[in-house]
Structure formats: C-alpha cells, structure tokens
Design a protein around this ligand. Structure first.
Ligand SMILES: [Fe+2]
Length: 467
C-alpha cells in the first residue's frame, strides 16, 4: 500500500496601518493519502450481508440502544415480515437459568407505495450494571438469540470505549468500515452514530426496502452493542411530490431512543449517561433558535451535567460547526452561533459530527467574541472549547468529499478525504485516547490520534500545534 502525506501551511497576509506585515499562520495537516475517488456502489440486494434469516416470520434487523438515562435499560427492536408475531423479549443473565420476559409493542408504517414489516420495540428495564445478558426474540420454531453487555455504573473513573461512525450507507465501503470497526483491536463497546443511516432516500420514491436491507446489514454489530442514534438529513424523508410530508417518518418508526428519560419532548434531541460520559444528542434539522423546544432543552441540559459524576461531556450532531471542506461549507454555522457560547461555558470536551464525507479534527477553538462591529470574527485558540471532529466518512453511495478549502485554516488540525471510523477510549477522569482509523485497502490504519485531556478536571493544552 502506497501513501504519503505532506504538511500544508497556511500563509496569511495581514495589512496593518498601511504597511505590509507578514504573519505565518500554521494550519494543520492535510493528508494526501491517495485513493480511488470513484463513487462506491450500494451492495446488491442479493449480497450475503442483506440475507433474510431463515424460518417463518424470523425476526430480522435486530438492534439495541440504551433504554434509560443511566444505561440500566435497553430498547430491543426488530422486524417480522410475515405476521406480527410476538413483541416479547425473553432475557437472562449470563450463567443464570432465571429467564424473564419484557413486553413490547408492534407497529407498521407506510411510505408512498411501501408498507413496512411489523416493527417491534421492547424496553427491558432494571438490568444489572456491568453484566452480560442473553436475549431471545421470535416465537415457535423461529427464535433468535443474541447477547449484550450492560455498562458499568455511571461514575467518574469508569473506563469505557466508544466507536464512532457516521454517514454509513450500504455500499461496499460501508461494509469495509463496519468490518474494520468490528476487527479493530480497540474494542468499542457502544457506537456513537452521527446520522445518515441507510440513504434509502437516494432511491426512487425513497425505496424503504433499503431501510430494511440496512437494518439487516448492521445487525451483526447493533444486535450485540447499542448504537446511539443521531438524526441526519437523509432521515428527513420529506417528499411532498409523493405526499410524504411527515419529517423523519421511517427513522422515527424504526429507531426508538430514550428521549423522555432526559425530559426531552422529541426523540431527535436527548441525552444519556454511560459509564463516565454524558452524551448530548442534537438535531441539526429541527428548530434550535431561541425559544424553540430544542434550544430550551439544551440550555437546561448543559446546566444539569455533574462533572463529578460524568467527567466527559460529549455532544453528537450531524452537521459540523467547524468544517473546512467545500462540501456542506458553513451549513452548521447558524447552529454554531446559537449554541457555541454555551458549549464553551460548559467546557464540552468533544463534539462529533458527520455529514461531510471526509475526516477532519479541529484544535480547541472558539468563535464567540464577534458582535458584528468589532471585527473579531476569526476562531481563536480556547482551552475551554471542545475539539470538533467531523467523521461523516462511513462510506455511503454519495462518495468522498475530497475538495478541501485552501489554505487549510489554522483551526483545522488534521483532515483527509478517506473512509473510516474512530474510537474513543476513556481511561479515567482526566485522560482519553482518541484515534481515527482509515479504511486501508485490506485493513484499517490508525491515521490520526491524540490524547485528549478532560476540560473540567485537567484542562491542559492538548492541541496538535502547541505554540
Ligand atoms: Fe448528511
């Protein structure tokens, strides 16, 4: 495998008092890893990853996510195609013969000329922390059994590892990304998913059968570990031409989240605690201006976070605030203007976003001083600010966004147009190791990494370009 990098430095000319002064502004790294930029094709319907499990009315598209605020509950979801069957989950602790049941609900939805299978959602409550459980769905001769881990009790020094994937889709590259995540020696325990799941809306009439194939494709991971869902623009499914005007209809029918546990009024923005992390999930495609429900909720939510209990404050959203790629340039700007001062005030550690089909990591910067007349409209180094990571490079049908703005801005620490996934290993209250793993030709390569220092407990300079 052949690749190389170069360092690109941004040169900034500034005119002061009529005399020309030359300032050297050091931008970060633009990786020039060379790869095929052809758009990736969706895997054909007959691909083995889309195979329907055998047996009459077999549960398929099984997926789990956190079911309460602290991680003691799990939402189990699946689809049956032939008839409703049962929405009950049978579950038991590892090494225990005491089997218990939880009852769920079943529903269907239509989208233009498509009618969904029977979608089951069942929340299992009051599970024991740090415990492995088995769970079984289906009835009669067609049942399927999976297992899951309930995370350790929430607390300040609880190590935990997250995987981070965005904009996955269902191409051959998507499959590489998921396989690389699964085979990564750094074992992610939960995926933070940054929106844009199936890309079914790329098909005529948003062919919702591609939601089903996506559900079967990712089952091999999400049936065994929770994926934390963020909504993206490909979940909007707004198509008035065919009478489909209910926003997020397929997504909200298929993917349930525990939004009520964090006093949210909508499943599109909510929070969870997991191990030593407090995770806030925002919706880039819902109203967030002052006085909107999302705005009010975020303001309250940030005040609620107790860093003595959960030292790591992480925010997920789809559209990035700091993006030096020409794709989707400035799309996150209005949300940044609304929320960034609160993020800095609250010392958010990391913001993960997707949307741009490339990888980029920022330095700790903020851009909150500007007031229209003072001219202070350039991001400045700020040790209270989060690191912004854009990782919309799961590998979907739209291909890579390889056209970065030049010169690379000083706030941008590293950027590369490649597919991949990331891992975040929280070690303790103060240190976390973050790495981005590029999809290589046959295996994944750790192409960007750094130690992140907690903003509340250890706010030391962890930037790439220390100056
Ligand atoms: Fe997107």
């Amino acid at each position: 495998m052949k690749f190389y990098r170069h360092f690109s430095f941004a040169f900034l000319w500034v005119l002061i008092g009529g005399s020309e002064t030359f300032l050297l502004s050091k931008g970060g790294i633009t990786s020039t890893f060379i790869r095929n930029e052809e758009k990736s094709l969706d895997m054909p319907l007959e691909s083995d990853v889309f195979r329907i499990p055998s047996g009459y009315n077999a549960p398929q598209q099984v997926h789990i996510t956190q079911g309460d605020h602290v991680g003691k509950a799990v939402i189990v979801s699946w689809v049956t195609e032939d008839e409703p069957g049962s929405s009950t989950v049978l579950y038991w602790r590892h090494n225990s013969s005491n089997k218990q049941t939880a009852n769920g609900k079943v529903s269907t939805y239509t989208y233009y000329n498509y009618t969904s299978g029977y979608i089951h959602h069942c929340t299992i409550h009051n599970l024991e922390f740090n415990t492995k459980y088995y769970y079984k769905v289906g009835i009669g001769n067609t049942t399927r059994t999976f297992w899951l881990m309930i995370p350790p009790k929430v607390g300040p020094n609880v190590p935990y590892t997250f995987g981070i994937i965005g904009d996955l889709g269902q191409t051959f590259d998507s499959n590489r990304t998921l396989s690389n995540y699964e085979m990564n020696p750094v074992k992610g325990e939960t995926v933070l998913f940054l929106g844009d799941l199936s890309y079914a809306d790329e098909y005529p009439f948003h062919d919702n059968a591609r939601w089903d194939t996506w559900g079967r494709f990712v089952e091999r991971s999400v049936a065994y570990q929770p994926w934390i869902w963020t909504s993206g623009n490909h979940e909007l499914d707004y198509e008035p031409k065919i009478g489909e005007t209910k926003l997020f209809k397929p997504f909200l029918n298929r993917y349930h989240v525990p939004f009520k546990a964090s006093k949210s009024t909508q499943p599109l923005w909510y929070s969870i605690k997991r191990a030593s992390a407090y995770i806030i999930i925002l919706s880039s495609y819902s109203a967030y201006g002052k006085s909107t429900p999302q705005y009010k909720w975020v303001r309250k939510e940030l005040r609620k976070v107790n860093r003595s209990e959960t030292p790591w404050l992480i925010v997920l959203m789809h559209s990035p605030w700091y993006n030096s790629n020409n794709a989707h340039f400035m799309e996150g700007e209005t949300m940044r203007v609304v929320f960034e001062p609160f993020f800095v005030q609250s010392k958010v550690d990391i913001v993960f976003a997707g949307h741009v089909h490339a990888y980029e990591r920022s330095e700790r910067v903020s851009n909150i001083a500007y007031n229209i007349v003072n001219g202070r409209c350039t991001p400045v180094k700020d040790q209270s600010a989060p690191v912004y990571i854009t990782i919309g490079d799961g590998g979907n049908i739209q291909g890579l966004a390889s056209n970065f703005t030049e010169p690379q801005p000083a706030y941008s620490a590293f950027r590369e147009a490649s597919f991949g996934h990331a891992t975040l290993e929280i070690m303790n209250q103060t240190h976390a190791f973050y790495a981005w793993h590029r999809n290589g030709d046959e295996y994944s390569v750790q192409a960007d990494s750094l130690w992140l220092y907690n903003r509340y407990w250890y706010p030391m300079d962890d930037s790439t370009a220390k100056s």
